[in-house]
Design a protein around this ligand. Structure first.
Ligand SMILES: Nc1ncnc2c1ncn2[C@@H]1O[C@H](COP(=O)(O)OP(=O)(O)OP(=O)(O)O)[C@@H](O)[C@H]1O
Ligand SMILES: [Mg+2]
Length: 161
């Protein structure tokens, strides 16, 4: 039985980007990544790494705060990147129509996913980032559902060895 939880520490933004690239290699169509962590913890940095790993120009990946959802179609899989920081209520988040992005065979990464309780499907890969010091962050992974657990199992195997 695969372990569901895994965590590691990165010691620079560059290492976080690399972590994102590594993760990207194991992502499949219809993967949901819930990114949790406070302001400036590194959610966007990790998303840039994931984009790069999917073959998308990471410089085109900017914080989606003002448009709420950005789409990138030039990589191995479509990449949908959302930031819910500015949305105060569940109603506003519902209006964003996250579910419209769920079955488009892409990777959906949601920043501030803690706000989506009851909106995002329960089956997803959750990455929680903790600020340890100026350049150190802890990334804790947790997956629910067979598909996402399988993805996490492969990521864990790659990162452990
Ligand atoms: N190990 C690290 N991993 C990621 N970012 C780091 C690390 N060390 C320092 N940083 C810095 O922390 C900041 C992370 O910013 P980023 O925009 O990725 O955070 P965020 O969680 O998306 O914030 P927001 O909640 O505002 O969207 C960057 O300025 C980055 O240079
Ligand atoms: Mg961000």
């Amino acid at each position: 039985m695969a372990k569901k939880n895994f965590s590691l520490i990165t010691e620079s933004p560059h290492k976080t980007r690399k972590l994102g690239e590594t993760i990207a290699a194991f992502l499949k169509p219809n993967t949901i990544i819930a990114l949790c962590g406070k302001l400036g913890s590194g959610k966007t940095m990790l998303a840039k790494g994931i984009a790069r790993g999917l073959g998308i120009d990471e410089h085109s990946v900017v914080s989606p705060s003002f448009v709420l959802m950005r789409e990138y179609h030039r990589g191995r899989l479509p990449f949908f990147h959302s930031d819910l920081y500015r949305l105060e209520s569940k109603e506003r988040i519902m209006e964003l129509g996250v579910e419209d992005y769920l079955n488009r065979k892409g990777v959906l990464a949601v920043e501030w996913a803690d706000k989506t309780k009851g909106i995002l499907p329960l089956e997803h890969l959750r990455i929680t980032i903790n600020f340890l010091s100026k350049n150190r962050r802890r990334f804790s992974f947790c997956a629910a559902g067979r598909r996402h657990r399988d993805i996490l199992k492969r990521i864990t195997k790659k990162l452990r060895f």
